[in-house]
Design a protein around this ligand. Structure first.
Ligand code: C2E
Ligand code: MG
Ligand code: MG
Ligand code: MG
Length: 285
C-alpha cells in the first residue's frame, strides 16, 4: 500500500517538478549568458553618520533580465551558488566594483561575498589578481560576510578571511542578529563591524520597548567588543532617532538614499550634500 502511495505521489508531482526544473535550467542558462555578456550591473547605497555625511557605500548587484525585468539578487545569487557560477559572478562583482569606485577617494566601499565563495581556496587568487589589475588600495574596501560564514569551522574560509585582513581589507558581519554566530567567532575572525539587520530596526517604530531594549543590547555588545555598528534598512526619522539614542550613529537605508548608479553616486560624493531629510534642513538653518 505504501509503495503504491509513493508511486502515485511521484506521478502526481512529476509534471510540476519537471516544469520547475525546466524554468530553473532556463534561468541558469540565462545567468550564464548574462555573465558572459556582462548584462549585470552594480548599484551603490550610501551609509551615513549622525550628521547625514556619507561615510561609505554598499555595492549591490542587479540583473536586468531581457524578458523578466529586474531579478533581485536574493533570487539569483543562490542560483549561481547552486549551479557552479558563483566564482564567475563573484569575480564580475569585485572587478566591476573596483573599476567603478577606485577614484572615490576616502569613501569606503563594502562588497557582499557569498559564504560558498569564501570557502573556495581560489578566492584570494581572484582577489589578488583584481587588486593588481585595478591598482586599488585594499584599505578602501570591506567585505560583508553573513553569520553562516562563521558557523562552520572551515579551514579555507578561515584562511581567506585572515588573508583579506592581512591585505588591509575590512570585514563586516551582515544581517547581524538573524543567524547564530557566537561571540567568540566574532573575535576569532577579527570582524571589524557589524550591520544590525533590518528586522530589528523595523520594530523600532511602534514604541515597542522590547525592540528598543534588544537593539540597545546588540549595540552595547558590539561596542564592548570594540566593533563598529551600522544599522541597515533605516526608513523613518523615528528609527534613526531611536538608534542614535541607543548609541548607533551610522545608518543605511531608504531614509537617506536608495541604491543608485555609480554615476549618480559619484555626483553625490562631489556635491557633499548631507543625506536625509532632517539634516539637510538643520544644516541650512
Ligand atoms: P544585504 O547585503 O543585507 O543588502 C541590503 C538589502 O537591503 C539590499 O537589497 C538593499 O537594497 C535593501 N535595503 C537598503 N535599505 C533599505 C530600506 O530602507 N528598506 C528596505 N526595505 N530595504 C532596504 P538587495 O540589493 O535586493 O539585496 C538583497 C541581498 O542580496 C543582500 O542583502 C545580499 O545578501 C545579497 N546581495 C546583494 N548584492 C550582492 C552581491 O553583490 N554579492 C552577493 N554575494 N550578494 C549580494
Ligand atoms: Mg550586505
Ligand atoms: Mg544586510
Ligand atoms: Mg539583509
Amino acid at each position: 500500500c505504501s509503495k503504491e502511495k509513493g508511486r502515485n505521489r511521484a506521478t502526481f508531482f512529476e509534471p510540476e517538478m519537471d516544469a520547475a526544473l525546466r524554468i530553473r535550467r532556463h534561468l541558469e542558462m540565462d545567468l550564464r549568458e548574462a555573465l558572459n555578456e556582462e548584462m549585470l550591473h552594480m548599484v551603490y547605497q550610501p551609509q551615513v553618520d549622525a550628521q547625514g555625511r556619507m561615510r561609505g557605500v554598499e555595492a549591490l548587484v542587479r540583473w536586468n533580465h531581457p524578458e523578466k525585468g529586474l531579478i533581485p539578487p536574493n533570487a539569483f545569487v543562490v542560483l549561481a551558488e547552486e549551479s557552479g557560477l558563483i566564482a564567475q559572478l563573484g569575480a564580475f562583482i569585485v572587478g566591476r566594483v573596483f573599476a567603478e569606485t577606485r577614484n572615490w577617494h576616502g569613501v569606503p566601499v563594502a562588497i557582499n561575498v557569498s559564504a560558498l565563495q569564501l570557502r573556495s581556496p581560489n578566492f584570494m587568487v581572484m582577489i589578488s589578481r583584481l587588486v593588481a589589475e585595478h591598482a586599488i588600495d585594499p584599505r578602501q574596501y570591506e567585505f560583508e560576510i553573513t553569520e553562516t560564514v562563521l558557523l562552520g569551522d572551515d579551514a579555507a574560509t578561515r584562511d581567506n578571511i585572515a588573508t583579506l585582513k592581512q591585505e588591509g581589507f575590512a570585514i563586516a558581519l551582515d544581517d547581524f542578529g538573524t543567524g547564530y554566530s557566537s561571540l567568540s567567532s566574532l573575535q576569532r575572525f577579527a570582524v571589524d563591524r557589524i550591520k544590525i539587520d533590518r528586522a530589528f530596526v523595523r520594530n523600532l517604530d511602534d514604541d515597542d520597548e522590547d525592540a528598543v531594549r534588544l537593539i540597545q543590547a546588540i549595540i552595547q555588545l558590539a561596542l564592548a567588543l570594540d566593533l563598529e555598528v551600522i544599522a541597515e534598512g533605516v526608513e523613518t526619522e523615528g528609527q534613526r532617532a531611536r538608534l542614535l539614542e541607543c548609541g548607533c550613529d551610522h545608518f543605511q537605508g531608504f531614509l537617506f538614499s536608495r541604491p543608485v548608479s555609480a554615476e549618480t553616486l559619484g555626483q553625490m560624493i562631489e556635491s557633499r550634500a548631507p543625506l536625509g531629510p532632517v539634516h539637510s534642513a538643520a544644516l541650512l538653518a
